[in-house]
Structures are given as structure tokens and as C-alpha cells.
Design a protein around this ligand. Structure first.
Ligand code: SAM
Length: 310
């Protein structure tokens, strides 16, 4: 077992009014040496945290995926720091260079293009190396598309599994979905918009007709959350075509009560009865489909068909 004493980012700070837009500015001490994992906005620049500003302002260097993206962010924040590219194609070499600076006592901030570093983004190998070398690592938490999508999905958020990106090829994607099929938790996936229709179709085929949500362009001007069941979402995006912008898909746990409205329940009951099912069978079927209590759905069905027949 290894225990590392945490430095905390900066300790207590004095804040004064000032800076662009009257933002409270921290004055005083430089952060202790080490690696800082700094989350940055996923669309809305005002989601930058005060602590992220403190660390970015004082870092000896900022390791980033794309220096154009991070250069623009720092410019908008009114900061200028030396940038060092660190991405999946140069992680080994750049990692060694960063480690040399860290061992000499540098303050290094690691950011990704957007959101929380390491979450489907580079950084894990560098964190491992720091832990092995005894270099302090500090998280400066903030925005992440996965958590924002989970919050807005309307699906259970007490237990979830972040599954990152699924494989791009159908057979491999379905194999991963099969592995996740009985996970008793909401599932959170990142996905490229052009793959969304086929991914939703595979999810419906492998996971069944569960509740789900597609969260698009979170925190941006065109933010949108489309909630429904996997079959209808898959049909919707097959017809509408791939959406514009960035998306996260959240899928309900197996057997979870899904966010069907009372009207939706009635429509489903009516369709089942119109298809020849008895009221009792229709209630059992819809209860199984939605995860709602059988008793509750039966009571609703009785009320619905009684009032329809009166
Ligand atoms: N580390 C980042 C985070 O914490 O959110 C995620 C980086 S991952 C390479 C990029 C993926 O995150 C996108 O393909 C998309 O699935 C999701 N994403 C990022 N920003 C988003 C946004 N504003 N709205 C919806 N999804 C977003």
C-alpha cells in the first residue's frame, strides 16, 4: 500500500475583486511543486473554476493536448503561460520531459482540450509515473461532459458506469455492449455524432428497450437533451440523421423504472390492448417494459379502460 501526502492546490488564499469581469482574483502564494490536473470548460468559458484560474496563472508550464485550443482558452482567460504539447502520439517523449521538470520542482498544469483530463483524454500514464516517482499530484476538479449528461438524463445517478467511447466497428461494439448488459448501473458513453444512429441501434438490440438520453452540446448555445427509449431514440436519429456537435449517451440500468410519462403509459397500454392483449396481460407487459410496478400499471389500465368504456 502506498500513501501520498496531498499538497492541496494552493492552501487558503486571499481574494480581491478585480480582473476581467470583476472576477475575484487570488493574490499570494504560488502552488506547491507538482502535477495539477486542471479541468477546463466543455463549452461555456464561465465554467472555469477560481482554483483552475489560480493554478493556470501560476503554473511554470501547461501541458495540453492541442496548443492552439489551450492557447485560445488562456487568451480568453487573460493568461499567458508556456505550453507543452502532451497527447496520445507523443505521450512517452513529452511525459519524460514533463517528469524531468516535475522532479526539478516545477508546477505543471495538465489540461485537455475540454473537460476533465484523463476522462477519455490523455494523462493517465503521467499520473502513474508521478505516483511511482513520488511527485505530488493534485486534482483541480471542474466540468466533465459525462457528469453533466448524467445529471440531465433523468436516469438513476446514484450508481453509474462511465464506459467512454465504444469501438467504431459494429461487431466489436456489440461485444462490449454485451459485456455491459447486466451491469446494475446507468451507463454513460461518449460518442462521435456520425456514429450515433448505428450505436443507438446496437444499444437497443443488445441492451433491450431501456430508457436513455442523448445529451448534445452541453453548456453551449445549442444544448439539447433528447430523452426516450432506446428503440425510439434509434428510430429518431436514423430518420433525422446524425446530430451536429458533441454528444453523450446515457442508458438506464437493466430493469430500472424509466421516465415514461403517464400519457406514455396510457399509449402503451392502449396499443397492447388494441393488439389483442387482455388488460391484465397488457399491464404485465408494460410493467416489464418500463420497470414500473405491475400493480400500479394494472390500476392505471383499469382506470383508463373503465373511463374509456363509460
Ligand atoms: N475529458 C472530457 C470530459 O471530461 O468531458 C471528454 C473528452 S472526450 C475526448 C470528448 C467527448 O466528450 C466528445 O466526443 C463527447 O462525447 C463528449 N463531450 C465533450 N464536450 C461535450 C459537450 N459540450 N456536450 C456533449 N458532449 C461533450
Amino acid at each position: 500500500m502506498a500513501r501520498q501526502r496531498q499538497t492541496g492546490a494552493t492552501g487558503p488564499s486571499v481574494e480581491v475583486d478585480g480582473g476581467p469581469e470583476g472576477r475575484p482574483r487570488r493574490i499570494g502564494s504560488k502552488p506547491a511543486a507538482g502535477l495539477y490536473l486542471v479541468a477546463t470548460p466543455i463549452g461555456n468559458i464561465r465554467d472555469i473554476t477560481l482554483r483552475a484560474l489560480d493554478v493556470l496563472a501560476e503554473a511554470d508550464m501547461v501541458a495540453c493536448e492541442d496548443s492552439r485550443v489551450t492557447g485560445k482558452l488562456l487568451m480568453l482567460l487573460g493568461l499567458k503561460r508556456p505550453l507543452l504539447p502532451y497527447h496520445e502520439h507523443n505521450a512517452e517523449k513529452a511525459g519524460r520531459e514533463l517528469m524531468a521538470h516535475l522532479k526539478q520542482g516545477a508546477v505543471v498544469a495538465l489540461v485537455s482540450d475540454a473537460g476533465t483530463p484523463l476522462v477519455s483524454d490523455p494523462g493517465w500514464a503521467l499520473v502513474r509515473a508521478c505516483i511511482e516517482e513520488g511527485v505530488p499530484v493534485t486534482a483541480v476538479p471542474g466540468p466533465s461532459a459525462a457528469l453533466a449528461a448524467l445529471q440531465l438524463s433523468g436516469l438513476p445517478a446514484d450508481r453509474f458506469l462511465f464506459a467512454g467511447f465504444l469501438p467504431g466497428k459494429g461487431a466489436a461494439r456489440r461485444a462490449v455492449l454485451k459485456e455491459l448488459e447486466s451491469t446494475p448501473a446507468s451507463l454513460v458513453f461518449y460518442e462521435a455524432p456520425h456514429r450515433l444512429p448505428e450505436t443507438l441501434a446496437d444499444m437497443a438490440a443488445v441492451l433491450g428497450d431501456r430508457g436513455a438520453a442523448v445529451a448534445r452540446e452541453l453548456t453551449k448555445m445549442h444544448e439539447e437533451v433528447v430523452r426516450g427509449r432506446l428503440f425510439e431514440l434509434s428510430q429518431h436519429f436514423a430518420e433525422a440523421g446524425p446530430p451536429r456537435g458533441e454528444v453523450v449517451v446515457v442508458v438506464a440500468p437493466p430493469g430500472a423504472a424509466t421516465p415514461v410519462t403517464p400519457d406514455d403509459l396510457d399509449r402503451r397500454l392502449a396499443a397492447a390492448v388494441a393488439g389483442g392483449a387482455s388488460i391484465k396481460d397488457a399491464a404485465a407487459l408494460i410493467a416489464a417494459e418500463t420497470g414500473h410496478q405491475r400493480r400500479e400499471v394494472y390500476a392505471r389500465a383499469l382506470k383508463l379502460f373503465r373511463s374509456n368504456n363509460e
